[in-house]
Write a protein that binds this ligand. Structure first.
Ligand code: ATP
Ligand code: MG
Length: 567
């Protein structure tokens, strides 16, 4: 499924792991983790992190944990936990029997905090939030010691236990690591490690009214799980000194075993024409700009899945974008290129007419039906062929006819002959219009000698049209999607990403016709509608009335961009 070894571009994390194996840093072990906070659905950026972490573990014969970083009780929900498990499995990765939860380590985290206090590495600070902010200093000015920094170990222990026992209101005090208020790195200026928060946790309920801060909890989670390479995004680079400081202190105290995990940062994935911030995605769902987390326009894994993307395409994309230390924006067109590449090989071809124009073939016998042979996938002869019914009345695309054709238009026009795919040559003899002078029907004749699509006399036609038989086709709804945002970088010009929403991101066509074999397609199955694009059956389908999502068009924007770059 993934790119073969030789074709893989190497990257700094792979090289680092190789070195660590050579120097026996971790007894040759490789153990990574993917640590989502269950406060939203996973998006394509998370897919990059999943493919990287699980991929490295696979490659080096190691392990990768799926660990929920559920240390913030306020925004986390079971629905998110379930959707995350589902997405990781769907992408094809194995995290063992069950995921892990940071909240299972709350007891240890608490003990570790008491140890830090006892060893003089932490204190309870009773400053207000404002005072703390003021005394933190700036990038250029050092911070000021808190007046509570000199509290005795006994007093700190007593107060911390009182915090745990609910004797103080939320925000009254915090536990802080005692490092250096003058440090050049603001993250080392006595960062908070525990806060009081009366909130019910999705797993521990009301057991705790104090919760560890993320920056304190995360290194401990890694160490407990004996992670070797803790891969995260660049914004945590400045946190690395605290990550190391904390684990060193706890190892000194005998609470953790060496070798300790190490944090490695890489550039997060940003993509054009969409947003990958959970806060923004929550806004889109919450304000009803999309139909839910799995709306096919969403950059979520659930959204791409519903839209017809395959795990192979997403994994391939994540491999192709590579790994860097500097932020950049990846074109959505590259992801589209990857799904086209995959579906071209595996999607059965079908015929479907999205904007139907009725065509009556006047010299074709009334009541007659023929079963014509159609190839399922020219890329893969093993996929065989199928029978498609043909009869006197068919539908073609409105776009495939022009009453007054411009120069480059070679499809059907009055008096012109074209090929119907797998069927016959037809010639348009008459145009039928309604009162408003709109074309509502074409009258044509066919040449019986061209059955299968070739003329025995060698005469050529310049166009081949897809079609469906009116009597046999199934009615269908088709949903066409465009970018959710009309600008490459939503909000860049307007300051508000919502103002850049694309009003035309969803077009629903309710009067489509598909060949009869598509009447009861399984939700999720994907097809190429000839000449139109790739489509998949949506879960909204009902018996006899399929609903399709357009996964991607056939037009290859990516190839054009590449060409442009080279040229
Ligand atoms: P937030 O912290 O704002 O809730 P997040 O996107 O960082 O959002 P997490 O659940 O913390 O969400 O992410 C889980 C993992 O996925 C982290 O290791 C994070 O670094 C990684 N990750 C998140 N967004 C991206 C991205 N755009 N590209 C690559 N990795 C990402
Ligand atoms: Mg995060």
């Amino acid at each position: 499924m993934t790119t073969p070894e030789a074709a893989r571009p190497s990257h700094f994390i792979r090289e680092m792991i190789t070195r660590d194996i050579e120097t026996n840093k971790y007894g040759r072990r490789v153990h990574t983790r993917f640590p989502p906070e269950p406060n939203g659905y996973l998006h394509i950026g998370h897919a990059k992190s999943i493919c990287l972490n699980f991929g490295l573990a696979e490659e080096f014969g190691g392990k990768c944990n799926l660990r929920f970083d559920d240390t913030n009780p306020e925004k986390e929900e079971q629905e998110y936990v379930d959707s995350i498990i589902d997405s990781v499995r769907w992408l094809g990765f194995d995290f063992g029997a069950a995921p892990l939860y940071a909240s299972d380590y709350f007891g240890f985290m608490y003990q570790a905090a008491e140890y830090l206090i006892s060893a003089g590495h932490a204190y309870v600070d009773s400053q207000t939030a404002d005072e703390m902010r003021e005394n933190r200093g700036t990038l250029t000015a050092p911070g000021k010691d808190s007046p509570y920094r000199g509290r005795s170990v006994d007093e700190n222990l007593r107060l911390f236990r009182e915090m745990r026992d609910g004797r103080h209101p939320d925000g009254a005090m915090v536990l802080r690591a005692k490092i250096d208020m003058a440090s050049g790195n603001i993250n080392m200026r006595d960062p908070a490690v525990y806060r009081i928060k009366r909130a019910e946790h999705h797993r521990t309920g009301n057991t705790w009214c104090i919760y560890p801060m993320y920056t304190y909890a995360h290194p401990i989670e890694d160490a407990i799980e004996k992670i070797t390479h803790s891969v995260c995004t660049l914004e945590f680079e400045d946190q690395r000194p605290f990550y190391d400081w904390l684990l060193e202190r706890l190892a000194e105290g005998g609470l953790l075993e060496r070798p300790l995990p190490q944090q490695i940062e890489f550039a997060r994935l940003n993509m054009s024409h969409t947003v990958l911030s959970k806060r923004k995605l929550i806004t889109l769902v919450g304000q009803g700009h999309v139909r839910g987390w799995d709306d096919p326009r969403m950059p979520t894994i659930a959204g791409f899945r519903r839209r017809g993307y395959t795990p192979a395409a997403i994994r391939n994309f994540c491999e192709r974008i590579g790994l860097a230390k500097r932020d950049s924006v990846v074109e959505m067109a590259l992801l589209e290129f990857c799904i086209r590449e995959d579906l071209n090989l595996r999607a059965p071809r079908k015929m479907a007419v999205l904007r139907p124009l009725r065509v009556v073939i006047e010299n074709y016998p009334e009541g007659q039906t023929e079963e014509l042979n159609a190839v399922n996938n020219p890329e893969d002869p093993g996929m065989g062929s199928r029978k498609v019914p043909f009869s006197r009345v068919i539908y073609i695309e409105q776009d495939d006819f022009r009453e007054d054709p411009p120069k480059q238009f070679f499809r059907l026009a009055p008096g012109r002959e074209v090929r119907l795919r797998y069927a016959y040559f037809i010639t348009c003899t008459r145009v039928v219009k309604n009162d408003r002078q709109e074309v509502v029907e074409l009258r044509c004749t066919y040449d019986p000698a061209t059955r299968g699509g070739d003329s025995p006399d060698g005469r050529k036609v310049k166009a081949t049209l897809h079609w469906v038989s009116a009597d046999h086709a199934a009615g269908a709804e088709v949903r066409l999607y465009d970018h959710l945002f009309r600008t490459p970088e939503p909000g860049a010009g307007t300051g508000n990403f919502l103002e850049d929403l694309n009003p035309g991101s969803l077009e629903t066509l309710g009067q489509c016709y598909v060949e009869p074999s598509l009447r009861d397609g399984m939700p999720g199955s994907t097809f190429q509608f000839e000449r139109l694009g790739y489509f998949c059956v949506d879960a909204d389908s009902s018996t006899g009335r399929p609903v399709f999502n357009r996964t991607v068009t056939l037009k290859d924007t990516w190839a054009k961009i590449e060409k442009g770059k080279k040229g």
